[in-house]
Every structure is written in C-alpha cells, then in structure tokens.
Ligand binder design. Structure first.
Ligand code: PLP
Length: 403
C-alpha cells in the first residue's frame, strides 16, 4: 500500500462524477490482490526501513503512515472519496460527528474570539458553545440565520467563525450559504457548515464558498445504524492544522474498522437517498391535509417558508421532516408515539429503519404547553421500508389520537 503522501487530492476533482467517486476513486486494488473491497488495515503502527524515512514521518505525520491515531490506509480511501464528493481539497474523518464539530471550531479560535452561530444548532455544538468555549474566553452570539441581515448585525471585530447548520434537523431553517460565505470572506471570517441533513449528494456548501463542511457520518453515510463517525472537509492547509493539533492530541480519528464500515455505506449512499426521497414525498403527501396533523415541516414542501432558497441551494431533500400533531395534551402525543408498531422511537437518522421522536421527550411534563406548537412536534425519519408500510403504521397510530 502506498504511503498517504502518494494519495493525491486531485485538483480536477470537480470533474469526477459520483459513480466514479463511489466505486473507484482512492482505491489501489493492485496493492491488495485485486480485491474489490479494500482490506481493513487493522494495525496500530507501520514499519520503516530507514532512519531517514522514519525521521521524515516524524517531521510530517500528515504525509505518512506512522501510527493509526493519525493516518491509516483504510481511512485514506474514505477521506479521498469524501473530499471529492464535497468538492474539497482534503478531508479528515473522526470517531463521531461531534468530534468533527469540536475539532473544526476549537482548532480555529483563540482566547478573546467571538463566534456567530445559528440558533438551535445540533445539541452538542450548542453545549460546546455554552459549556466549553466560555472557559477559554470564547463567546458565541446566536442568531436567526433565516435572515441574512442578522449575520451582518452580529459580526464584531473579534468574530472568528460563523457556524451554520443548513437545514437544521428539527425545523429545517436554512441559511443563504452563498451570501453568508461572501460576507464572511470579505471580513476574513471562517465559515463552517453542518451538512448532515443533505450530505454532499444533495448540497455542496464548498461550491457555494463555505470554508469547512462537516457531517455526522453516523447518519446517511453509515446508513445502517451500526457505526458512529464524522467528516470534515475543506482546504488542505486547514485540515492539516486540525490534524496536527486537535485530531492527534485528542486521538479522535476514525478507527480503520469504522472507516471500512463507512466506506461500505458510502457505496450505496446515492441509491438509498433517492429511494428515501421518493418514499418521503409519499408519506408527506399522506400527512399533508390529514385532519389530525396541524402542519408538516419539510424544506421541499412548496408551503415551506424558505422553499425557494431550499430549491436554489439543495438538489434534494430526504428522509427527515417534522409534524405538529393536533393533540390536546402531552398524553395524546405520547399515545401516538407509543402506538407506532414498526416506526421505532429512537434518536439519530439515516439508517434502514424509520424513526420517530417527539419534542416533548425533552420537555419536563410540568412545562408542556399545548398552545405551543413546538411542544407537539414529532420528527420523523423515513428509512428504506416501502411507503405503504410506513403510512399504514402512522395511520393506525393516528387513529388512536382523539382530537
Ligand atoms: N449534526 C447533526 C445535525 C446531528 O443531528 C448530529 C447527531 O445527531 C451530529 C451533528 C453529531 O453527530 P454524531 O452523533 O455522529 O456525533
């Protein structure tokens, strides 16, 4: 297997089509007996024949296979494919999406810096902004990212990062990525976008000018609810800095086995998303206008307030959407969720199995307010089952809710 330094991140990556990336790019089959599926290089360390080559690896671990806390040939294949899918120069893979979030932000701030973040980012991004970064004198201002002016107004002299998540995974709030990237570039601010909802198949923030893009690979890339992982892409210099500091220090890179599982998931990403997107449309069609559903929230629904922007910057929307149930009490939301027989109640998304999760699970019973539609929200994830199977399950659970 060649050293990582010979695994080039091609500058003509924009010309690779997805089929080539998913099936061939980054694979060196002649180096492992022409096996179609690459081996899991389950090794902690790598051998050197000369002191000079060992010395070179110490000097630049980002260009060498030295020790698998850093680079490993199995994860290199994954990195190369993910970078190309995003249209990025380079990619790092982590042991979770949260690790990718932490490394991308922590690696780019210093004491005294300020961050502008969209309101309600993913829970552990928010916890980092509120519980970790203030200990290092880094502050965060949350804004409603649906309104571009809010970015202009929130930026300060010491703003270092604009943190985006588009769409958000509950209310699907979207930011105009191209406009925010332009503003940030003019001001010398780094932009980071959580692209877990769309994946690079349905949105390419780097093409819109965003500096760094991350995803929870646990979701659609893994695709089978059996692996936790994270992806970060961007300019090679940025990735190298994060590799040499955050990734090597925290030791939070993806293991070879998990990289292999993610590679396996990646092969079928596009077909899974296409199937899920089709099924989701059918499920939404059933729910829209149902007497017990107050509202369906989905970015590719023509009634979605940011529908035009969604269509402009996303080429697809897939399995996540939220409904507001016309319930008269918390108990009715509970009854609905607990009546589902095939759709599982669990966090996450992106696997083969459909899921539902009620907002009220994270609201203490005494604070539940039936007049607040958010409290009656249920987020659905449509998996790989047939639409009719999913609809039938929702239907029988809705029948149990007396409105
Ligand atoms: N970003 C979003 C939008 C998420 O929903 C999640 C996890 O649910 C993450 C990031 C974090 O990913 P992970 O769970 O792989 O750490």
């Amino acid at each position: 297997m060649s050293k990582s330094s010979s695994i080039r991140f091609s500058s003509d990556r924009d010309f690779y089509d997805d089929s080539f990336i998913l099936n061939e790019l980054g694979e060196y089959r002649e180096q492992y007996f022409q096996a179609v599926s690459p081996p899991i290089f389950q090794t902690s360390n790598f051998v050197f024949k000369t002191v000079e080559s060992l010395g070179k690896a110490f000097e630049d671990e980002y260009g060498a296979h030295l020790y698998s806390r850093g680079l490993n040939p199995t994860s290199d294949i994954l990195r190369k494919k993910l970078a190309a899918l995003d249209g990025a120069e380079d990619c790092l893979v982590f042991n979770s999406g949260s690790s990718a979030i932490f490394a991308s932000v922590f690696g780019n701030v210093e004491s005294g810096d300020h961050i502008v973040s969209v309101k309600y980012p993913y829970t552990w991004a928010q916890k980092m902004f509120e519980n970790v970064l203030p200990r290092f004198n880094v502050t965060t201002t949350y804004i409603d990212g649906r309104n571009f002016e809010n970015f202009e107004n929130a930026i300060r002299e010491n703003t270092r990062i604009i943190y985006l998540e588009s769409p958000n995974s509950w209310n699907f709030a979207i930011q105009d990525l191209k406009a925010v990237a332009k503003l940030a570039t003019e001001k010398g601010i780094i932009t980071i976008c959580d692209n877990s909802y769309c994946t690079p198949i349905y949105q390419k923030p780097i093409h819109l000018g965003i500096d760094m893009v991350l995803q929870s690979a646990t979701k659609y890339i893994g695709g089978h609810s059996d692996v936790v992982g994270g992806v970060l892409t961007g300019k090679q210099a940025m990735m190298k800095n994060i590799f040499n500091r955050e990734l090597l220090n925290m030791g939070n890179g993806c293991t070879p086995y998990n990289a292999w599982l993610l590679l396996r998931g990646l092969r079928t990403l596009k077909v899974r998303l296409a199937h899920i997107a089709q099924t989701t449309q059918k499920v939404i069609q059933y729910l829209n206008g149902h007497e017990k559903i107050e509202k369906v929230i989905f970015p590719f629904d023509p009634d979605f307030p940011q529908y035009e922007l969604a269509k402009k910057q996303m080429t697809g929307a897939c399995g996540l959407f939220t409904v507001v149930l016309k319930a008269r009490s918390r108990q009715q939301v509970v009854d609905f969720c607990e009546s589902l027989q095939h759709i599982l109640m669990a966090v996450s998304w992106g696997g083969h199995e459909s899921l539902a999760i009620p907002k009220c699970a994270s609201i203490p019973s005494k604070d539940f307010d039936n007049n607040n539609p958010e409290h009656r929200m249920i987020r659905f994830y449509v998996g790989l089952e047939d639409a009719e199977y999913i609809i039938k399950d929702i239907e029988q659970a809705l029948d149990k809710v007396k409105v």
